[in-house]
Each structure stands twice: as structure tokens, then as C-alpha cells.
Unconditional design. Structure first.
Length: 357
């Protein structure tokens, strides 16, 4: 009898240990799969090449617009759990409404804009109800060519535990009226440590190259730099980008970089209420980052708002982190941020007119 009781206790103890160990084993297997499936290309990826590229004039005026559309899920109705809010995603109806508004504005501007540089465009993600936003925008801009650089590809994001963020496939999208010789995805150096890095963006920039009639090239770069870091990743990315674009300029080429930098430009002084620095180190890009290059931005209208709560014009903190930098052989003619009161994205579009010298 005692032996039977002892065996029963051993079996019960074994079952309890197995039950306790099972979540740990499953989580370990999940991390293993996430590690094996991690999207983290170390080298540049050519996403498009053509032997029939358009030849552009070396003194042309360029109309260019940038906009982080926030995957059409971060409109004025949203707060966001990762920024201190409570919501994970907005409704499907609101997502579709935001996308419709974005497409309508892009269509409206298409008569004048040569290049659209968009960030946070989803191809297939739970957060945007698996809508292929890139394809829908490309269909709207039917006379443009579209180029896509992946910067967020995760099979499953487990946070928050009660409502997991799920699968994400998203990136940078450039839409061009002209046919380039090449479009290339360049990976930014650095990332978060394992395992956090498995579920974060793989930051990059998307470069388009165009032939000019003077034998040089026009380089259009769409960038989206790190947001949630202590400034270390931003610094690495800035240095990598600087080296790249200085080499292009030394080769005689014309360079335009635009996007969501997640930091303010050098010497930025806002002329709007509710301003806050947007990076953790609370600093602008260094004043001596690029000597003789021109930072093209405006200080009247915020381009980004905090998503810790739903948008309230009188309370919500705002900043200006969406802008251009151009090489010394390009002139700025005008710059304007379009104020939509953040109705369809936590960012606002910025339109610039530039001229090649």
C-alpha cells in the first residue's frame, strides 16, 4: 500500500513538473522559430532594375512629397499601447476610411508631384486587417511606378499578451513618375539585442537612381530612422547615411533624402504650440552633421504627434521630424507641411519644390 501511494505521489509530481515546464518549453520553441525566421538582411537588396530608364534634365524642378501614413491605423482616434496608450489597433472601418483619405489626397496631388516618399505602408499585417496598402496606392497612382523596401517583417509579435500585435509585413514605398535605373534597399547598421530585436523593425533606406542629361545621376532616398532607442541606433544610422550620400555627391551626383527621421533637424526652432523633442536623448541632429548641405523643413506646422492618447489639439504633444536634406548642387524653392489635424495618421504630409543647379 505504501509503495502504491509513493508511486502515485511521484506520478503526480511528474505531471505537475511537466505542466509547469510546458509553457517554458513552448516559449523556447517560439523564440527558436522566431530566430530562424528573423528577417535581417545584412547587405543591400536590389528591388528593381531597368535598361530603359528615363533621362531627366539636369536643371529640372522637382516636386516631392513625404508622408508617414502610419499604416492607416494611427489616426486622431487612436492611442497606442507601445507609446503609453491602451489600444492595439483601430477598427477595420476606420482603417479603410484612413486609407481612402490617404489615397484621395495622393490622387489629388499626383498632377504636380514627381515623387512620393511614404513610410509605414503595410502589405499584409494584422494591425491593418491584411489590406495590401502598397498595391491599393499603386492602383490609385496609375501613372507612377512603385518601389517597396521591407523594414518590418515578423511572423508574430506576442505583445501585448491579451491582444497580440500579430503578423507584420510593412516598409517604405516610393512612387515615381519617372523610370529609374535601379531601386535598392540599404540596411541601416545596428539593432536591439536578442530577443527584442526579433520583433522590432529592421531599419533601412530605399534609394532610387535616375539618369540626368549631363551624365550625372539624381539620387532619391526614402528613409525611416529608429524611434524607440536611447539615441545610439540613430547615431549609427546617421553616420552610415552620411558616408553613403557624401560619396554620391563627391561623384558629382545630386542627392535628395526625405522621410521620417524620428529626430529634429539641426537648429530647429518650432513656431507652434505643444512642441516636444521626439527622440529619447532630446537632441536635434548635430549642427555639423553635413557641412554645406541644406536642411529643408518648415517650423510652422507639426508633422508628428504623440500617440499616448487620442489627439487633442490643445493637449497633445507634437513635433517636427519629417523633412528633407539636399546636396549643395540643389536649391530649395518652397516647403510646406499640410495640416490635417492628424485625422488619418500620426504624421502629416510635407511637400517641397526643389531645383537642380
Amino acid at each position: 500500500m505504501k509503495s502504491t501511494t509513493k508511486n502515485r505521489k511521484k506520478k503526480i509530481t511528474k505531471i505537475i513538473l511537466i505542466i509547469l515546464a510546458l509553457p517554458i518549453v513552448l516559449f523556447a520553441l517560439f523564440l527558436l522559430y522566431a530566430t530562424l525566421a528573423d528577417y535581417n538582411p545584412k547587405k543591400e537588396i536590389v528591388v528593381y532594375e531597368s535598361n530603359e530608364a528615363d533621362k531627366l534634365k539636369s536643371d529640372m524642378e522637382i516636386n516631392i512629397m513625404l508622408w508617414n501614413i502610419g499604416y492607416c491605423g494611427l489616426g486622431a482616434d487612436m492611442d497606442f499601447f507601445y507609446d503609453g496608450g491602451e489600444q492595439v489597433r483601430t477598427s477595420k472601418e476606420q482603417t479603410e476610411k484612413n486609407l481612402k483619405a490617404v489615397k484621395s489626397f495622393l490622387k489629388e496631388k499626383s498632377s504636380e508631384i514627381d515623387f512620393f516618399l511614404l513610410q509605414e505602408v503595410d502589405k499584409k499585417a494584422k494591425r491593418s486587417y491584411k489590406i495590401n496598402q502598397h498595391e491599393e496606392i499603386l492602383e490609385t497612382l496609375s501613372n507612377y511606378k512603385g518601389f517597396f523596401g521591407i523594414n518590418y517583417k515578423v511572423f508574430f509579435i506576442p505583445t501585448p499578451p491579451t491582444k497580440p500585435y500579430g503578423k507584420v509585413l510593412a516598409g517604405l514605398a516610393t512612387y515615381s513618375k519617372y523610370n529609374p535605373t535601379k531601386a535598392t534597399r540599404f540596411p541601416f547598421p545596428g539593432n536591439y539585442s536578442w530577443p527584442m530585436g526579433l520583433f522590432m523593425l529592421d531599419r533601412c533606406f530605399l534609394e532610387n537612381r535616375y539618369i540626368l542629361d549631363n551624365g550625372k545621376e539624381l539620387i532619391i532616398i526614402n528613409t525611416h530612422n529608429s524611434a524607440y532607442d536611447d539615441g545610439t541606433l540613430k547615431q549609427q544610422q546617421n553616420e552610415y547615411l552620411k558616408k553613403h550620400i557624401l560619396q554620391e555627391y563627391q561623384n558629382g551626383n545630386y542627392v535628395i533624402v526625405g522621410g521620417d527621421w524620428n529626430q529634429c533637424p539641426p537648429n530647429f526652432k518650432p513656431d507652434f504650440d505643444g512642441f516636444t523633442m521626439d527622440n529619447e536623448t532630446r537632441t536635434n541632429i548635430a549642427n555639423d552633421y553635413l557641412i554645406d548641405w541644406k536642411w529643408v523643413f518648415q517650423n510652422k506646422t507639426p508633422t508628428n504627434r504623440r500617440v499616448s492618447g487620442i489627439y487633442d489639439k490643445t493637449k497633445t504633444l507634437t513635433t517636427m521630424i519629417d523633412f528633407f536634406v539636399i546636396s549643395p548642387n540643389i536649391n530649395e524653392i518652397s516647403i510646406e507641411a499640410i495640416d490635417f489635424n492628424f485625422q488619418n495618421s500620426d504624421h502629416q504630409p510635407v511637400v517641397a519644390k526643389l531645383k537642380l543647379k
